[in-house]
Design a protein around this ligand. Structure first.
Ligand code: C2O
Ligand code: CU
Length: 494
Protein backbone atom coordinates (compact mmCIF):
# COMPACT_ATOMS: atom_id res chain seq x y z
CA UNK A 1 0.00 0.00 0.00
CA UNK A 2 3.12 2.14 -0.14
CA UNK A 3 2.57 5.58 1.32
CA UNK A 4 -1.12 5.08 1.93
CA UNK A 5 -2.17 4.14 5.39
CA UNK A 6 -4.93 1.60 5.85
CA UNK A 7 -7.24 4.33 6.98
CA UNK A 8 -6.69 6.40 3.90
CA UNK A 9 -7.44 3.37 1.77
CA UNK A 10 -10.68 2.86 3.61
CA UNK A 11 -11.52 6.51 3.18
CA UNK A 12 -10.56 6.04 -0.42
CA UNK A 13 -13.35 3.54 -0.66
CA UNK A 14 -15.77 6.27 0.31
CA UNK A 15 -14.99 8.00 -2.92
CA UNK A 16 -12.50 10.45 -1.49
CA UNK A 17 -9.76 8.70 -3.40
CA UNK A 18 -11.86 8.09 -6.48
CA UNK A 19 -12.29 4.48 -7.52
CA UNK A 20 -13.96 3.11 -4.43
CA UNK A 21 -13.55 -0.54 -5.27
CA UNK A 22 -12.81 -3.71 -3.41
CA UNK A 23 -9.79 -4.03 -5.61
CA UNK A 24 -8.44 -0.59 -6.30
CA UNK A 25 -5.29 -0.86 -4.24
CA UNK A 26 -2.27 -3.03 -4.66
CA UNK A 27 1.40 -2.51 -3.90
CA UNK A 28 2.12 -1.33 -7.43
CA UNK A 29 -1.19 0.41 -7.90
CA UNK A 30 -2.07 3.27 -5.59
CA UNK A 31 -5.79 3.63 -4.99
CA UNK A 32 -7.43 5.83 -7.53
CA UNK A 33 -5.17 4.95 -10.40
CA UNK A 34 -7.11 3.07 -13.04
CA UNK A 35 -5.36 0.20 -14.72
CA UNK A 36 -5.74 -0.28 -18.43
CA UNK A 37 -7.78 -3.39 -18.93
CA UNK A 38 -9.48 -1.87 -21.94
CA UNK A 39 -12.54 -3.28 -23.63
CA UNK A 40 -12.86 -7.04 -23.30
CA UNK A 41 -12.69 -8.96 -26.57
CA UNK A 42 -16.04 -10.20 -27.84
CA UNK A 43 -16.78 -13.81 -26.95
CA UNK A 44 -17.66 -15.74 -30.13
CA UNK A 45 -20.72 -17.99 -30.07
CA UNK A 46 -20.38 -21.68 -30.87
CA UNK A 47 -22.73 -23.30 -33.42
CA UNK A 48 -26.20 -23.69 -31.96
CA UNK A 49 -25.39 -21.71 -28.81
CA UNK A 50 -28.20 -19.61 -27.44
CA UNK A 51 -27.53 -16.01 -26.54
CA UNK A 52 -29.30 -14.47 -23.54
CA UNK A 53 -29.16 -10.70 -23.56
CA UNK A 54 -30.11 -8.03 -21.09
CA UNK A 55 -29.63 -4.31 -20.75
CA UNK A 56 -29.34 -2.82 -17.28
CA UNK A 57 -29.35 0.80 -16.23
CA UNK A 58 -27.74 1.54 -12.88
CA UNK A 59 -29.30 4.77 -11.67
CA UNK A 60 -30.68 6.75 -8.77
CA UNK A 61 -34.19 5.60 -7.91
CA UNK A 62 -36.90 6.17 -5.35
CA UNK A 63 -38.29 2.84 -4.18
CA UNK A 64 -41.45 2.04 -2.29
CA UNK A 65 -40.55 -0.78 0.06
CA UNK A 66 -44.22 -1.29 0.87
CA UNK A 67 -44.64 1.83 2.99
CA UNK A 68 -41.21 3.34 3.50
CA UNK A 69 -40.00 5.31 0.49
CA UNK A 70 -36.25 5.37 0.04
CA UNK A 71 -33.88 7.13 -2.26
CA UNK A 72 -31.25 4.67 -3.42
CA UNK A 73 -29.29 3.32 -6.38
CA UNK A 74 -30.87 0.48 -8.35
CA UNK A 75 -30.88 -1.43 -11.63
CA UNK A 76 -33.89 0.36 -13.08
CA UNK A 77 -36.76 1.22 -10.76
CA UNK A 78 -36.89 -1.89 -8.58
CA UNK A 79 -34.83 -3.75 -6.04
CA UNK A 80 -34.18 -6.58 -6.60
CA UNK A 81 -33.37 -5.55 -10.16
CA UNK A 82 -34.36 -7.46 -13.29
CA UNK A 83 -34.16 -11.25 -13.05
CA UNK A 84 -31.78 -12.61 -15.65
CA UNK A 85 -32.61 -16.15 -16.72
CA UNK A 86 -30.41 -18.26 -18.97
CA UNK A 87 -29.92 -21.94 -19.76
CA UNK A 88 -26.63 -23.64 -18.91
CA UNK A 89 -24.24 -23.25 -21.83
CA UNK A 90 -25.80 -20.01 -23.05
CA UNK A 91 -23.70 -17.03 -23.90
CA UNK A 92 -24.92 -14.29 -21.59
CA UNK A 93 -24.46 -10.76 -22.88
CA UNK A 94 -25.40 -7.92 -20.55
CA UNK A 95 -24.80 -4.25 -21.20
CA UNK A 96 -24.67 -1.98 -18.20
CA UNK A 97 -25.39 1.70 -18.67
CA UNK A 98 -23.90 3.51 -15.68
CA UNK A 99 -26.09 6.51 -14.84
CA UNK A 100 -24.87 6.56 -11.24
CA UNK A 101 -22.84 9.47 -9.85
CA UNK A 102 -20.02 6.97 -9.16
CA UNK A 103 -17.92 4.28 -10.77
CA UNK A 104 -19.49 0.85 -10.71
CA UNK A 105 -19.15 -2.77 -11.95
CA UNK A 106 -21.13 -6.02 -11.94
CA UNK A 107 -19.95 -9.30 -10.46
CA UNK A 108 -21.82 -12.48 -11.46
CA UNK A 109 -21.69 -14.17 -8.11
CA UNK A 110 -20.98 -17.90 -8.19
CA UNK A 111 -20.64 -18.27 -11.95
CA UNK A 112 -17.47 -20.06 -13.15
CA UNK A 113 -17.05 -17.56 -15.96
CA UNK A 114 -14.11 -16.23 -17.94
CA UNK A 115 -11.97 -13.94 -15.79
CA UNK A 116 -12.47 -10.86 -17.99
CA UNK A 117 -16.22 -10.85 -17.18
CA UNK A 118 -15.83 -11.27 -13.42
CA UNK A 119 -16.46 -7.61 -12.69
CA UNK A 120 -13.76 -6.72 -10.16
CA UNK A 121 -12.36 -3.25 -10.89
CA UNK A 122 -8.59 -3.14 -10.66
CA UNK A 123 -8.39 -6.92 -10.91
CA UNK A 124 -10.35 -7.92 -14.02
CA UNK A 125 -11.54 -4.66 -15.55
CA UNK A 126 -11.40 -0.90 -15.30
CA UNK A 127 -14.11 0.74 -13.20
CA UNK A 128 -17.16 1.63 -15.28
CA UNK A 129 -17.23 5.41 -15.19
CA UNK A 130 -20.42 7.46 -14.85
CA UNK A 131 -22.22 8.01 -18.17
CA UNK A 132 -20.45 5.10 -19.85
CA UNK A 133 -21.52 1.58 -20.75
CA UNK A 134 -19.80 -1.78 -20.39
CA UNK A 135 -20.78 -5.10 -21.93
CA UNK A 136 -20.27 -8.34 -20.03
CA UNK A 137 -20.11 -11.51 -22.10
CA UNK A 138 -19.71 -14.92 -20.57
CA UNK A 139 -20.78 -18.52 -20.85
CA UNK A 140 -22.79 -19.73 -17.86
CA UNK A 141 -21.60 -23.31 -17.59
CA UNK A 142 -23.46 -24.61 -14.53
CA UNK A 143 -27.17 -24.53 -13.76
CA UNK A 144 -28.30 -23.06 -10.49
CA UNK A 145 -29.37 -20.08 -8.42
CA UNK A 146 -26.99 -17.12 -8.60
CA UNK A 147 -27.13 -13.35 -8.29
CA UNK A 148 -25.38 -10.26 -9.49
CA UNK A 149 -24.22 -7.11 -7.75
CA UNK A 150 -21.56 -4.39 -7.99
CA UNK A 151 -17.99 -5.03 -6.86
CA UNK A 152 -17.39 -1.37 -6.12
CA UNK A 153 -17.19 -0.07 -2.58
CA UNK A 154 -20.24 -0.89 -0.50
CA UNK A 155 -22.70 -0.46 -3.40
CA UNK A 156 -24.06 -3.97 -2.75
CA UNK A 157 -25.80 -2.50 0.32
CA UNK A 158 -27.83 -0.16 -1.88
CA UNK A 159 -30.56 -1.49 -4.19
CA UNK A 160 -28.05 -2.85 -6.70
CA UNK A 161 -28.68 -6.60 -6.68
CA UNK A 162 -30.79 -9.11 -8.59
CA UNK A 163 -31.21 -12.83 -9.21
CA UNK A 164 -29.48 -14.72 -12.01
CA UNK A 165 -31.02 -18.13 -12.63
CA UNK A 166 -29.30 -20.65 -14.88
CA UNK A 167 -31.71 -23.39 -15.92
CA UNK A 168 -30.69 -27.01 -16.34
CA UNK A 169 -31.47 -28.35 -19.81
CA UNK A 170 -31.84 -31.75 -18.11
CA UNK A 171 -33.91 -30.43 -15.20
CA UNK A 172 -35.43 -33.49 -13.51
CA UNK A 173 -38.34 -31.38 -12.27
CA UNK A 174 -40.20 -32.78 -9.31
CA UNK A 175 -41.91 -29.47 -8.60
CA UNK A 176 -44.86 -27.55 -10.03
CA UNK A 177 -43.74 -23.98 -9.72
CA UNK A 178 -40.86 -21.94 -8.40
CA UNK A 179 -40.40 -18.76 -6.51
CA UNK A 180 -37.28 -16.63 -6.25
CA UNK A 181 -36.81 -15.31 -2.71
CA UNK A 182 -34.25 -12.53 -2.39
CA UNK A 183 -33.33 -11.50 1.16
CA UNK A 184 -31.85 -8.14 2.07
CA UNK A 185 -30.99 -5.89 4.99
CA UNK A 186 -31.91 -2.31 4.18
CA UNK A 187 -30.49 1.02 5.34
CA UNK A 188 -30.03 3.21 2.25
CA UNK A 189 -32.22 6.30 2.14
CA UNK A 190 -33.35 5.96 5.76
CA UNK A 191 -31.11 8.81 6.91
CA UNK A 192 -27.88 6.92 6.24
CA UNK A 193 -26.18 5.56 3.16
CA UNK A 194 -24.01 2.43 3.22
CA UNK A 195 -20.98 4.72 2.92
CA UNK A 196 -22.11 6.48 6.12
CA UNK A 197 -22.44 3.08 7.80
CA UNK A 198 -18.87 2.18 6.89
CA UNK A 199 -17.61 5.53 8.17
CA UNK A 200 -19.47 4.95 11.45
CA UNK A 201 -18.11 1.42 11.83
CA UNK A 202 -14.59 2.71 11.42
CA UNK A 203 -15.18 5.61 13.80
CA UNK A 204 -16.88 3.43 16.42
CA UNK A 205 -14.10 0.89 16.13
CA UNK A 206 -11.63 3.42 17.47
CA UNK A 207 -8.76 5.16 15.79
CA UNK A 208 -7.71 2.89 12.97
CA UNK A 209 -4.78 5.05 12.12
CA UNK A 210 -1.96 2.55 12.26
CA UNK A 211 -1.00 1.07 8.95
CA UNK A 212 -0.33 -2.48 9.98
CA UNK A 213 -2.27 -5.40 11.40
CA UNK A 214 -0.74 -5.08 14.83
CA UNK A 215 -4.12 -5.37 16.50
CA UNK A 216 -5.16 -8.32 14.43
CA UNK A 217 -5.13 -11.03 17.02
CA UNK A 218 -8.85 -10.79 16.68
CA UNK A 219 -10.12 -12.23 19.95
CA UNK A 220 -11.35 -9.15 21.71
CA UNK A 221 -14.82 -8.70 20.32
CA UNK A 222 -17.02 -9.54 23.23
CA UNK A 223 -20.66 -9.40 22.18
CA UNK A 224 -22.00 -12.82 21.36
CA UNK A 225 -25.01 -13.60 19.19
CA UNK A 226 -28.57 -13.34 20.41
CA UNK A 227 -30.09 -15.63 17.84
CA UNK A 228 -31.80 -17.90 20.33
CA UNK A 229 -31.37 -21.61 20.70
CA UNK A 230 -27.91 -23.01 20.25
CA UNK A 231 -26.52 -19.88 18.58
CA UNK A 232 -23.74 -21.20 16.40
CA UNK A 233 -22.41 -17.99 14.95
CA UNK A 234 -21.18 -15.92 17.90
CA UNK A 235 -21.15 -12.36 16.66
CA UNK A 236 -22.72 -12.47 13.21
CA UNK A 237 -23.18 -8.85 12.13
CA UNK A 238 -22.13 -5.29 12.88
CA UNK A 239 -25.13 -3.26 11.74
CA UNK A 240 -28.69 -2.95 13.06
CA UNK A 241 -30.84 -2.30 10.01
CA UNK A 242 -34.18 -0.47 10.07
CA UNK A 243 -35.66 -2.92 7.51
CA UNK A 244 -35.31 -6.53 6.44
CA UNK A 245 -36.79 -7.33 3.05
CA UNK A 246 -37.97 -10.24 0.95
CA UNK A 247 -38.13 -9.31 -2.73
CA UNK A 248 -37.84 -5.65 -1.85
CA UNK A 249 -40.84 -5.56 0.52
CA UNK A 250 -41.15 -4.86 4.24
CA UNK A 251 -43.33 -7.28 6.30
CA UNK A 252 -46.24 -4.80 6.44
CA UNK A 253 -46.75 -5.16 2.66
CA UNK A 254 -45.29 -8.54 1.81
CA UNK A 255 -44.74 -10.16 -1.56
CA UNK A 256 -47.30 -12.95 -2.07
CA UNK A 257 -46.67 -16.30 -3.73
CA UNK A 258 -49.99 -17.65 -4.97
CA UNK A 259 -50.28 -21.40 -5.48
CA UNK A 260 -52.70 -24.29 -5.09
CA UNK A 261 -52.80 -26.61 -2.09
CA UNK A 262 -50.73 -29.72 -2.71
CA UNK A 263 -48.49 -28.06 -5.27
CA UNK A 264 -44.76 -28.50 -4.90
CA UNK A 265 -42.86 -25.22 -5.01
CA UNK A 266 -39.13 -24.80 -5.48
CA UNK A 267 -37.89 -21.88 -3.41
CA UNK A 268 -34.69 -20.32 -4.71
CA UNK A 269 -33.45 -18.37 -1.71
CA UNK A 270 -30.70 -15.81 -2.22
CA UNK A 271 -29.12 -13.83 0.63
CA UNK A 272 -28.22 -10.48 -0.94
CA UNK A 273 -27.75 -8.80 2.44
CA UNK A 274 -24.50 -7.07 3.31
CA UNK A 275 -24.20 -7.80 7.02
CA UNK A 276 -26.97 -10.26 7.97
CA UNK A 277 -27.23 -14.04 8.27
CA UNK A 278 -30.87 -15.14 8.14
CA UNK A 279 -32.82 -18.13 9.45
CA UNK A 280 -35.46 -19.09 6.89
CA UNK A 281 -38.69 -20.99 7.60
CA UNK A 282 -42.11 -21.43 6.02
CA UNK A 283 -44.67 -21.57 8.83
CA UNK A 284 -46.40 -24.94 9.14
CA UNK A 285 -44.18 -26.67 6.59
CA UNK A 286 -41.11 -28.86 6.29
CA UNK A 287 -38.75 -28.05 3.43
CA UNK A 288 -36.43 -30.33 1.52
CA UNK A 289 -33.16 -28.57 0.72
CA UNK A 290 -32.01 -29.69 -2.74
CA UNK A 291 -29.25 -27.29 -3.79
CA UNK A 292 -26.57 -25.18 -2.15
CA UNK A 293 -24.90 -22.38 -4.11
CA UNK A 294 -26.41 -23.78 -7.31
CA UNK A 295 -25.17 -27.36 -6.93
CA UNK A 296 -27.30 -30.38 -5.92
CA UNK A 297 -27.03 -31.84 -2.43
CA UNK A 298 -28.39 -35.04 -0.97
CA UNK A 299 -31.98 -33.91 -0.32
CA UNK A 300 -32.29 -32.94 3.33
CA UNK A 301 -35.51 -32.21 5.17
CA UNK A 302 -35.70 -29.42 7.73
CA UNK A 303 -38.07 -26.91 9.29
CA UNK A 304 -35.59 -24.05 8.91
CA UNK A 305 -32.13 -23.28 7.55
CA UNK A 306 -29.45 -20.64 7.97
CA UNK A 307 -28.25 -18.63 4.99
CA UNK A 308 -25.20 -16.39 5.04
CA UNK A 309 -24.55 -13.35 2.86
CA UNK A 310 -23.82 -14.50 -0.69
CA UNK A 311 -25.15 -18.03 -0.11
CA UNK A 312 -28.09 -19.56 -2.00
CA UNK A 313 -30.23 -22.53 -1.03
CA UNK A 314 -32.96 -24.16 -3.07
CA UNK A 315 -35.67 -26.06 -1.21
CA UNK A 316 -38.80 -27.90 -2.34
CA UNK A 317 -41.98 -27.68 -0.26
CA UNK A 318 -45.37 -29.34 -0.66
CA UNK A 319 -47.87 -26.62 0.17
CA UNK A 320 -50.76 -26.95 2.58
CA UNK A 321 -54.10 -25.15 2.29
CA UNK A 322 -54.17 -21.62 3.69
CA UNK A 323 -51.97 -18.55 4.09
CA UNK A 324 -48.46 -19.08 5.47
CA UNK A 325 -45.60 -16.80 6.52
CA UNK A 326 -42.28 -17.28 4.78
CA UNK A 327 -39.96 -15.66 7.31
CA UNK A 328 -36.29 -14.75 7.21
CA UNK A 329 -35.17 -13.86 10.74
CA UNK A 330 -31.95 -11.84 10.96
CA UNK A 331 -29.52 -13.71 13.19
CA UNK A 332 -28.70 -11.76 16.34
CA UNK A 333 -30.76 -8.74 15.28
CA UNK A 334 -34.25 -7.34 15.82
CA UNK A 335 -37.07 -7.60 13.27
CA UNK A 336 -37.70 -9.94 10.39
CA UNK A 337 -38.31 -10.24 6.68
CA UNK A 338 -41.59 -11.70 5.46
CA UNK A 339 -43.34 -12.97 2.36
CA UNK A 340 -46.64 -14.86 2.22
CA UNK A 341 -47.51 -18.12 0.54
CA UNK A 342 -51.23 -18.19 -0.25
CA UNK A 343 -52.97 -21.35 -1.42
CA UNK A 344 -56.41 -20.67 0.04
CA UNK A 345 -58.73 -18.16 1.63
CA UNK A 346 -58.11 -16.61 5.00
CA UNK A 347 -56.56 -13.63 6.67
CA UNK A 348 -52.82 -13.08 6.46
CA UNK A 349 -50.93 -13.83 9.67
CA UNK A 350 -49.60 -10.80 11.56
CA UNK A 351 -46.40 -9.39 10.09
CA UNK A 352 -44.53 -10.09 13.31
CA UNK A 353 -45.51 -13.77 13.60
CA UNK A 354 -42.51 -16.01 14.24
CA UNK A 355 -43.13 -19.51 12.87
CA UNK A 356 -42.35 -22.27 15.39
CA UNK A 357 -39.90 -23.76 12.89
CA UNK A 358 -37.48 -20.88 13.62
CA UNK A 359 -36.96 -22.25 17.12
CA UNK A 360 -35.11 -25.17 15.59
CA UNK A 361 -33.56 -27.48 14.84
CA UNK A 362 -32.11 -25.23 12.14
CA UNK A 363 -30.05 -26.72 9.34
CA UNK A 364 -26.51 -25.39 9.03
CA UNK A 365 -25.56 -25.57 5.34
CA UNK A 366 -22.07 -26.92 5.95
CA UNK A 367 -23.61 -30.14 7.31
CA UNK A 368 -25.15 -30.91 3.90
CA UNK A 369 -23.58 -33.59 1.71
CA UNK A 370 -22.96 -33.25 -2.03
CA UNK A 371 -25.12 -35.16 -4.47
CA UNK A 372 -22.93 -37.67 -6.35
CA UNK A 373 -23.23 -35.58 -9.52
CA UNK A 374 -21.89 -32.50 -7.73
CA UNK A 375 -18.70 -34.04 -6.34
CA UNK A 376 -15.30 -33.10 -7.68
CA UNK A 377 -13.53 -36.15 -9.12
CA UNK A 378 -11.52 -37.96 -6.45
CA UNK A 379 -7.94 -36.73 -6.59
CA UNK A 380 -5.00 -36.01 -4.31
CA UNK A 381 -4.06 -32.39 -3.82
CA UNK A 382 -0.87 -31.15 -5.45
CA UNK A 383 -0.75 -27.95 -3.44
CA UNK A 384 -1.90 -26.74 -0.05
CA UNK A 385 -2.68 -23.14 0.83
CA UNK A 386 -3.95 -21.48 3.99
CA UNK A 387 -6.41 -18.60 3.98
CA UNK A 388 -6.50 -17.13 7.45
CA UNK A 389 -9.17 -14.54 8.30
CA UNK A 390 -7.96 -11.93 10.79
CA UNK A 391 -9.37 -8.89 12.51
CA UNK A 392 -11.78 -7.45 14.98
CA UNK A 393 -14.33 -4.69 15.47
CA UNK A 394 -12.21 -2.34 17.56
CA UNK A 395 -10.29 -0.99 15.83
CA UNK A 396 -12.38 -1.89 12.78
CA UNK A 397 -9.72 -3.82 10.89
CA UNK A 398 -10.27 -6.93 8.84
CA UNK A 399 -7.76 -8.78 6.73
CA UNK A 400 -6.50 -12.08 5.40
CA UNK A 401 -3.15 -13.76 6.01
CA UNK A 402 -1.94 -10.96 8.27
CA UNK A 403 -2.93 -7.88 6.32
CA UNK A 404 -5.71 -6.06 4.55
CA UNK A 405 -6.15 -6.52 0.83
CA UNK A 406 -3.36 -4.75 -0.99
CA UNK A 407 -0.89 -5.50 1.81
CA UNK A 408 -1.37 -9.27 1.84
CA UNK A 409 0.27 -11.51 -0.75
CA UNK A 410 -2.01 -13.06 -3.36
CA UNK A 411 -2.28 -16.83 -3.26
CA UNK A 412 -0.70 -18.24 -6.39
CA UNK A 413 -1.86 -21.54 -7.89
CA UNK A 414 -1.11 -23.48 -11.06
CA UNK A 415 -3.64 -24.35 -13.73
CA UNK A 416 -4.62 -27.99 -13.63
CA UNK A 417 -3.71 -28.53 -9.99
CA UNK A 418 -5.98 -29.83 -7.29
CA UNK A 419 -5.51 -27.31 -4.48
CA UNK A 420 -6.24 -28.02 -0.83
CA UNK A 421 -7.31 -24.84 0.95
CA UNK A 422 -7.62 -24.48 4.69
CA UNK A 423 -10.10 -21.69 5.34
CA UNK A 424 -9.28 -20.65 8.88
CA UNK A 425 -11.36 -18.09 10.76
CA UNK A 426 -9.10 -16.64 13.47
CA UNK A 427 -11.71 -14.11 14.65
CA UNK A 428 -14.69 -14.08 17.01
CA UNK A 429 -17.17 -13.29 14.25
CA UNK A 430 -18.78 -15.49 11.61
CA UNK A 431 -17.70 -14.71 8.05
CA UNK A 432 -19.26 -15.94 4.79
CA UNK A 433 -16.15 -16.64 2.73
CA UNK A 434 -16.53 -16.37 -1.05
CA UNK A 435 -14.16 -17.40 -3.85
CA UNK A 436 -14.73 -16.07 -7.35
CA UNK A 437 -14.67 -18.17 -10.52
CA UNK A 438 -14.84 -21.58 -8.82
CA UNK A 439 -17.11 -23.78 -6.75
CA UNK A 440 -14.93 -25.61 -4.26
CA UNK A 441 -15.74 -28.87 -2.47
CA UNK A 442 -15.73 -29.37 1.29
CA UNK A 443 -13.23 -32.12 2.06
CA UNK A 444 -15.52 -33.70 4.64
CA UNK A 445 -18.64 -34.06 2.51
CA UNK A 446 -17.92 -33.06 -1.07
CA UNK A 447 -20.45 -30.23 -0.62
CA UNK A 448 -19.92 -27.73 -3.42
CA UNK A 449 -19.90 -24.10 -2.32
CA UNK A 450 -18.73 -20.75 -3.58
CA UNK A 451 -19.60 -19.06 -0.27
CA UNK A 452 -19.18 -20.85 3.04
CA UNK A 453 -19.97 -19.69 6.56
CA UNK A 454 -16.93 -19.89 8.83
CA UNK A 455 -17.96 -19.68 12.46
CA UNK A 456 -15.69 -18.06 15.11
CA UNK A 457 -12.32 -19.85 15.23
CA UNK A 458 -13.57 -22.49 12.77
CA UNK A 459 -11.38 -23.99 10.03
CA UNK A 460 -12.96 -25.68 7.03
CA UNK A 461 -10.79 -27.65 4.60
CA UNK A 462 -11.88 -27.43 0.99
CA UNK A 463 -10.50 -28.54 -2.35
CA UNK A 464 -10.54 -26.53 -5.50
CA UNK A 465 -9.86 -27.69 -9.04
CA UNK A 466 -7.69 -25.04 -10.68
CA UNK A 467 -9.48 -25.17 -14.00
CA UNK A 468 -10.33 -21.52 -14.59
CA UNK A 469 -7.21 -19.42 -15.05
CA UNK A 470 -7.19 -15.77 -14.10
CA UNK A 471 -6.85 -13.37 -11.21
CA UNK A 472 -9.71 -13.98 -8.81
CA UNK A 473 -10.94 -12.29 -5.67
CA UNK A 474 -11.53 -14.29 -2.49
CA UNK A 475 -13.17 -12.39 0.35
CA UNK A 476 -15.65 -12.17 3.16
CA UNK A 477 -19.15 -11.46 1.83
CA UNK A 478 -19.87 -9.11 4.70
CA UNK A 479 -19.44 -6.13 2.40
CA UNK A 480 -18.11 -3.93 5.23
CA UNK A 481 -15.47 -6.48 6.16
CA UNK A 482 -14.50 -6.91 2.52
CA UNK A 483 -14.26 -3.19 1.99
CA UNK A 484 -12.18 -2.81 5.15
CA UNK A 485 -9.68 -5.33 3.76
CA UNK A 486 -10.93 -8.90 4.29
CA UNK A 487 -10.03 -9.95 0.78
CA UNK A 488 -7.11 -11.63 -1.00
CA UNK A 489 -6.15 -12.39 -4.59
CA UNK A 490 -6.17 -15.94 -5.92
CA UNK A 491 -3.97 -15.77 -8.98
CA UNK A 492 -3.01 -18.37 -11.54
CA UNK A 493 0.66 -18.49 -12.38
CA UNK A 494 1.36 -17.47 -15.98
CU1 C2O B 1 -20.80 -11.64 -4.37
CU2 C2O B 1 -16.78 -10.82 -4.65
O1 C2O B 1 -18.78 -11.20 -4.47
CU1 CU C 1 -16.44 -11.00 7.52
Amino acid sequence: MNSLSRRSVILGSLGIVATGTLAACSASQPAGTPTAFGTPTAVPTTPGQRVTTAKLIAKRATLDLGGPEVGTWAYGDTAPGPLIRATAGDLVRVTLDNQLPADTSIHWHGIALANAADGVPGMTQDPIRPSTTFTYEFVAPDPGTYFYHPHSGVQLDRGLYAALIVDDPQEPGGYDLEYVVVLDDWVDGTGRTPDDVLTQLIAKGGSATSGGMGGMGGMDHGSMGMGGGAAPFGDAGDVQYPHYLINGRVPAAPDVLAAKPGQRVRLRVINAASDTIFTVALGGHRMTVTHSDGFPVQPTETGAFYIGMGERYDAVVTLKDGVFPLVAAPFGKQGQALALVRTGAGAAPPATLRPDELAGPVLLGTTLVAAESARLAQRDAEATEVIQLNGQMAPYQWGINGGPFGENEPIVITKGERVHLDLANMTMMTHPFHIHGHTFGLLSSGLRKDTVLLRPMETIAVELQADNAGDWAAHCHNIYHAEAGMMIGLNYRA
